[in-house]
Ligand binder design. Structure first.
Ligand code: FMN
Length: 406
């Protein structure tokens, strides 16, 4: 079969990991695990559908490494040894359909935390509240939700500054969760350092006014992410993938600029990263995190790619030709599709077969994000199967034989 999009279907190595093509499913919280963060059949089949649909790499959603400061409430977790078995089944199921499996690990949300999820108020690098402007949202995005105080426009609650000891505890929690991910059979982890969440808040001058080891100078603001990378690498060895997601341009005054990130990312890579996954913006500029138009993050990916030699992943791609062009023009090494993968799990297979007109195109209506931000299981108006994949027998990797057939 002639493949029209040659670069898209060219294999690539991430560290020592061989990936069959340059198509990743980007991490997306689905609210499909149990209330206390355990894998369900729904979560499993959500990912096997996309692996079966031809993606080379699946990046499993934002997964908490600890519940010290907040509860899970349908966010996946690896804070407990008890969670390893089900996570192992998830990794195994993704592999069964020929994709590689990476899991995104997070220290939580800091100043932009869901207040009802926080156990004892919000904790953050410093006692600085988030300020969100009315004009910072993408089209058709939930602007004011009763339950999600700090996601709406306005000033968020003032968080408590973490103590130095608490930060060190969080580093240990992270490394333990990464170890569990390896035992579970994942091919690697992605540090969630983007989207203005806790790790990003340490890096960003606008949210970190600490005067201890973890703030005060650009070097100190880098200490937490560098420790996470170095300590994980030291415990888990060189032969396992560690990636990092960063909003390279935070797109708000006083936040990280692309120029800042061009200086920071090579330092992070030097600490032991195998890839960098771009994102953009955060809660103060969510129109950059969830862009209405396709391809707007490509120039930021290209800028970061120009300063590092590890693969760079770029989100916000919807059409195979845009993906092919970004890859063949050297602006990114892998495309990571997020909302488009919710609308159509078969994107990669359809692109490979040249059936472009059969791709169910995402319209960026953001119904998916709205559901998830409301704490509800993910849904898509275009794809009635989203969130209900467990009812499709094709997505179960193991067809058990009946005793009489053995
Ligand atoms: C419902 C939903 C949940 C998301 N959850 C995560 C997440 O857990 N971790 C993360 O890094 N990004 C998350 N994102 C952001 C996406 O990975 C992606 O960066 C963003 O949607 C822009 O890419 P797109 O235009 O391909 O959708 C989420 C996006 C959506 C729509």
């Amino acid at each position: 079969m002639d493949i029209k999009f040659e670069k898209l279907f060219e294999p690539i190595k991430i560290g020592s990991l061989q990936v069959k093509n340059r198509i990743a499913m980007g991490p997306m919280g689905t609210r499909s695990c149990t209330h206390d963060g355990y894998v369900t059949d729904q979560l499993l089949t959500h990912y096997t559908a996309r692996a079966k649909g031809g993606a080379g790499l699946i990046i499993v959603e934002h997964t908490l490494v600890t519940t010290r400061h907040w509860s899970s409430k349908r966010i996946t977790g690896l804070w407990d040894e008890e969670q390893v078995t089900e996570m192992g089944e998830l990794a195994e199921a993704i592999h069964t359909f020929g994709a590689k499996a990476i899991i995104q690990l997070s220290l939580g949300f800091g100043q932009v935390g869901h207040i009802s999820r926080a156990k004892d108020g919000l904790v953050a690098p410093s006692a600085i509240p988030v300020v969100i402007r009315e004009d910072s949202f993408p089209r058709r995005f939930p602007k004011r939700l009763k339950e999600i105080e700090v996601r709406g426009a306005g000033v968020g609650p003032v968080p408590r500054a973490l103590t130095t000891e608490e930060i060190m505890e969080l580093e240990d929690d992270f490394v333990k969760a990464a170890r569990r991910a390896k035992i579970a059979g994942f091919d690697g982890i992605e540090v969630h350092g983007g989207h203005g969440y806790l790790i990003a808040q340490f890096l960003s001058p606008i949210s970190n006014a600490r005067t201890d080891l973890y703030g005060g100078s650009p070097e100190n603001r880098l200490r937490l992410p560098l420790n996470l990378i170095r300590k994980t690498r030291a415990v888990l060895g060189t032969d396992w993938v560690i990636g990092y997601r960063i909003s390279a341009d935070e797109h708000f005054e006083g936040g990280l600029t692309l120029e800042d990130s061009k200086g920071i990312v090579p330092v992070l890579v030097g600490a032991g990263l195998d890839y960098v996954h771009l994102s953009s913006g955060g809660p103060r500029s969510s129109k950059w995190t969830f862009p209405d138009e396709e391809g707007v993050i490509i120039p930021e990916a290209a800028a970061i790619k120009s300063v590092v030699s590890v693969p760079v992943l770029c989100p916000n791609i919807y059409t195979p030709q845009v993906a092919e062009d970004a890859l063949s023009e050297g602006k990114a090494d892998i495309v990571s599709l997020a909302r488009q993968y919710l609308a159509d799990p078969e994107w990669a297979n359809k692109a490979k077969a040249g059936k472009i007109d059969q791709i169910r195109a995402c319209t960026r209506c953001n119904f998916c994000s709205q559901r998830v931000l409301e704490g509800l299981a993910i849904r898509c108006p275009l794809n009635p199967e989203l969130g209900l994949e467990r009812f499709n027998p094709e997505y179960y990797p193991i067809k058990r034989k009946r005793d009489s057939e053995r």
